[in-house]
Design a binder for this molecule. Sequence first.
Ligand code: ZN
Ligand code: ZN
Length: 341
Amino acid sequence: MKVARFHAPGDIRVEDAPEPVAGPGELLIRVRNCSTCGTDAKILKFGHHHIRPPRVMGHEIAGEVVTGTGAFEPGDRVQVIAAIPCGECGECKRGRMTVCPNQESMGYHYDGGFAEYMVVPAKVLAVDGVNRIPAGVGFAEASVAEPLACVLNGQELARVGPGDDVVVIGSGPIGCLHVRLARARGARRVILADLNPDRLEMAAVLVNPDAALHGDDVTEAVLKLTEGRGADVVITAAASGVAQEQALGMVARQGRISFFGGLPKDNPIIRLDSNLVHYRELTIVGANGSSPAHNKQALELIASGAVPVADLITHRLPLTDVLEGIDIVMRGEAIKVTVEP
Ligand SMILES: [Zn+2]
Ligand SMILES: [Zn+2]
């Protein structure tokens, strides 16, 4: 079968590999869609300390069961989690699976979905990490449940809710999902901002924010749009320390800031006015992937139509074009690129 394997930074190869075989307690699936995201671009450029090469990449996975186990039978349509909590540590036992210190990931510790066939490890099944795809939801849409699950985790932590004015900085696929989810959770107004006016335009046409802002005066514009209050929630969906610093200046009193996008490993330090946090009673939260339960909820949000994702999938490519797909992601020319092995 064909796979896309990471060998070293800058060296991802589409090559032949033997079809994997499911061991006891494992599932074998025929991958139908594995979508790409900014993380894949990061891995291509810099590698990742958790990846031991050669490794089949791809972590936004949907497919069809070939060899079943437990309740799963051949032909079942399934979506697979990306982040695998251990299920046994103190955090997992407290239900905080996104911060499990023993977390492993598909496409990092285990071969991922940029392949015609993939084994679902027993560890994934042990934490209920394989979800049946609801009727009416396609494989490509189902593959977007994983990033939507991460977005859901972020908005739960930032307590996005009815009546909130929400600013999303970054108009990539994650930013678009944030806009849609914030609306589904009852936000009053959702403002989308990006430095790249072309990408912002493409995203704004799809997700229709109340305002689309670009340029240097985003803070001023947000304050103006919110009658000087600032936004109840600011979400930075970009790997940008500048955006994180900006967020402090446009958030309302008792507002919440989600540092949703991580910063580059070699440049993670920002400057922020701690007195703003203190006197304005601000809350700053992080976000680290998603739990198996978030993936289930994300599939339901897609199936019910609360968060449509089909129109966000702008590019569909065969596995042989996976590098082109990652390149499109890096150039910011797509919303969601999905690979169909
Ligand atoms: Zn991803
Ligand atoms: Zn754990």
